[in-house]
Design a protein around this ligand. Structure first.
Ligand SMILES: Nc1ncnc2c1ncn2[C@@H]1O[C@H](COP(=O)(O)OP(=O)(O)OP(=O)(O)O)[C@@H](O)[C@H]1O
Length: 305
């Protein structure tokens, strides 16, 4: 009996296929190896975090991830005292003498940044401009003087030296985004900023195939539709319509619920509409009625078969 081969063909990753990404990854690794921090900035959902983590892994040092947020404090980055350790010795060896000796010491746990700096990890600081500038100021001496000041740690040394293998990849959304602080010039001045845009259609289709069960032809139709939707944006702003996530969602949901990728199918048109309507509305000045008509017309053009 012949053995049937059930092994699935491994999908080739976008970063191994695209000349643009290959070049970008090679340059980023060179900058990191030379000791320069890099910074990917661009609209939401275009793949900044995925790219940053991919590059960090290539750098061959353990990877530490910090997510920027409004509540991030120096304590989260450096560490904090988290209680007390008590050690009690009771001595009743001579019956008439009862001796108790108690030692209480504060116990400390390192914050993520301190751990990464001490051990020479590659730090991915995702969406760092969502953290308050006061918290991010700690990066100035790290990047410039290669030291980390140890504020409030009651340690003998007031700073530690940055491990020579330590490196950072920052990511951020444009400043127009809600919940994002202004970029600090002093910090920006110390990093190599590489702006990213929406992927070209070919790359986006490869990413969609990678993240769902659609065929290449189906992915190309969805991605072409998404590009037409982005073209409907009229506002000149950093947020320019639905991103790669929207394309992946359409592909994934269509496959899971066996909805044909076909603009004449009512369920598919509804799916495309649900996923793109809100982000489209946010980037256009047109009336709701007009966008709705234009969006439905674009959905109906999809024909993967
Ligand atoms: N090269 C890729 N191949 C396949 N999927 C990808 C690729 N890059 C990104 N994605 C997918 O696209 C989606 C968005 O990616 P990611 O979170 O990296 O974007 P982002 O720009 O960091 O977004 P945000 O600014 O909202 O954090 C994720 O679902 C991710 O898995």
């Amino acid at each position: 009996m012949t053995e049937t081969k059930t092994k699935k063909k491994k999908k080739k990753h976008l970063y191994d296929q695209s000349t643009y990404f290959k070049g970008l990854i090679r340059r980023s690794l060179q900058y990191l190896k030379t000791g320069y921090p890099i910074h990917f900035t661009g609209p939401s959902g275009i793949g900044k975090t995925t790219l940053a983590i991919h590059i960090a892994k290539q750098h061959k040092r353990p990877v530490m991830l910090i997510n920027g947020n409004r509540d991030l404090s120096n304590q989260d980055l450096l560490g904090a005292f988290n209680g007390y350790k008590s050690n009690k010795v009771k001595d009743n060896y001579v019956r008439s003498v009862y001796k108790i000796e108690e030692n209480v010491t504060e116990s400390w746990s390192d914050g993520r940044l301190l751990e990464a700096v001490k051990n020479g990890y590659t730090l991915v600081y995702d969406e760092f401009t969502r953290s308050p500038p006061e918290a991010n100021n700690i990066f100035l001496p790290i990047l410039e003087e290669k030291i980390l000041p140890l504020y409030g740690m009651k340690k003998k040394n007031s700073f530690i030296k940055v491990h020579p293998d330590f490196s950072v990849i920052f990511t951020s959304n444009p400043v127009e985004y809600a919940g994002v602080y202004d970029l600090q010039d002093a910090l920006l001045d110390r990093m190599i900023t590489l702006p990213l845009e929406h992927m070209d259609q070919e790359s986006e289709a490869i990413a969609v195939v990678d993240k769902s069960a659609v065929t290449k032809a189906e992915a190309e139709e969805i991605v072409a539709f998404m590009a037409r939707v982005r073209n409907l944006c009229t506002k000149k702003q950093a947020y320019n319509g639905p991103g790669l996530r929207a394309s992946i969602m359409i592909a994934d949901l269509a496959k899971r619920y066996e909805i044909p990728i076909d603009g004449t199918n009512e369920a598919f048109v509804q799916l495309c509409f649900d996923i793109t309507w809100f982000p489209l509305q946010a980037c256009t000045d047109k009336s709701d009625d007009r966008i709705e008509k234009q969006l439905l017309a674009e959905c109906k053009k999809i024909k993967a078969g």
